[in-house]
Design a protein around this ligand. Structure first.
Ligand code: KG4
Ligand code: ZN
Length: 360
């Protein structure tokens, strides 16, 4: 088998992104270009992503972003082995823009199309950046998703745990909003927390100690709101202390839930080669530092892509496309865009009631 050269397109949320990567037959890879145009400024005044504005912005800039990715990589469409695009899950307007563009390019350039699950792309990024072999434990933590997944191969994912209410990134975003910090909330909360006292507020640690590695964030979020209301009006120091206390609580919860998942994985007879952290929350320094210790204590290592590859980007889509193409997995041009697209089924059939989050 020879090298594979892939274009990847990402438009599921508020980043318009395209990238070109090369995958070598030994499963190593390199990023030739990685162009990301963030729409954060377009959405900032609304305190979150507005789907209609997002879809329109993708339409306006995607052609240019793709052209730039190709030219920075020094390749033409004819050089490519495949065109990959996120086909979901995500905001459907944006997904349609990216996937349709990829279909048009694939058709015009006579190249195979690979419809990539956005979550699978997050899940596989550590193989590009850190050459992590299967199996591994994945903690996927972004604005829309919070999952612990046992990854044993391409397309082989078993969900060990998830969130019964908010995603972790969403909790960061909501806490930021209630404290008057800008969107996206994760980086804003992390920055404020640096100057704060994490011991000042006694916040709950939901799900701590439970055997099943699930999350629940709404109680913690409500506790932050109640404390903020109790001491209002908030000084800058109050905000910093609330951020520090919230982040401290959430980091302790994450560590405990990951330990539970590592236990479960061992019980399933899988020895993880790494704990892989993926998704936007992976950019958080406190989360990374704590998980490094959790991984070491469990006799494995933490693998985290650099922050720019933890948040949404085109390189991860191109890479996932290359991993699939290397196995001969390609899609027809009528493959549909999907607002919902679960990455993995639960490890055991859950009892009645909500078992997973809204967007996957
Ligand atoms: O993966 P991503 O870019 O987009 C989604 O697919 O959701 O993740 C974005 C999420 C947002 O909720 C953002 O607040 C969070 O990741 N995030 C962070 C940090 N940077 C981004 N959360 C905590 N600390 C950070 N430094
Ligand atoms: Zn994402």
């Amino acid at each position: 088998m020879s090298d594979l050269l892939l274009l990847g397109i990402e438009t599921t949320c508020d980043e318009t992104a395209a990238a070109v990567i090369r995958r070598h037959p030994d499963a190593s890879g390199e990023i030739l270009s990685n162009v990301i145009l963030s729409q954060i400024a377009d959405h900032a005044e609304y305190g979150g992503v507005v789907p209609e504005i997002a879809a329109r912005a993708h339409v306006e800039v995607l052609d240019e972003v793709v052209a730039q990715a190709l030219s920075e990589a020094g390749v033409t469409l004819a050089d490519l082995d495949g065109i990959a695009a996120s086909a979901g899950p995500g905001l459907i307007g944006g997904v349609i823009v990216g996937l349709t563009t990829a279909k048009a390019i694939a058709l015009a350039a006579h190249k195979p199309l690979i419809a990539v699950n956005h979550l699978e792309a997050h899940a596989l990024t550590a193989r590009l950046t850190d050459s992590v072999p299967f199996p591994y434990l994945l903690l996927l933590v972004s604005g829309g998703h919070t999952q612990l997944v046992c990854v044993t191969g391409i397309g082989q994912y078993v969900k060990l745990g998830g969130t019964i209410d908010d995603a972790i990134g969403e909790a960061f975003d909501k806490v930021a909003k209630m404290l008057g910090l800008p969107y996206p909330g994760g980086p804003a909360v992390e920055n404020a927390a640096v100057r704060g006292n994490a011991e000042r507020f006694a916040l709950p640690r939901p799900m701590l100690g439970r055997r099943e590695p699930d999350f629940s964030l709404s109680g913690l979020k409500t506790a932050v709101r109640q404390e903020a209301m109790r001491i209002a009006p908030l000084s800058e120091q109050d905000v910093a202390d609330l951020c520090a206390s919230f982040q401290h609580a959430i980091v302790e919860v994450i560590a405990d839930r990951v330990r539970a998942a590592l236990r479960l994985m061992r019980e399933r007879g899988e020895k993880p080669n790494a704990l892989v952290l993926a998704g936007g929350v992976g950019a958080n320094e406190a989360v990374r530092r704590t998980l490094q210790k959790v991984a070491a204590d469990a006799g494995t290592r933490l693998a985290v892509p650099p922050p720019a590859l933890c948040t949404d980007n085109g390189a991860m889509i191109a890479w996932a496309g290359a991993e699939r193409l290397a196995l001969g997995l390609v899609d027809d041009l009528d493959v549909p865009p999907r607002a919902r697209w679960p990455l993995a089924e639960p490890a055991a059939a859950p009892a009645a009631g909500p078992a997973s989050e809204s967007t996957d």
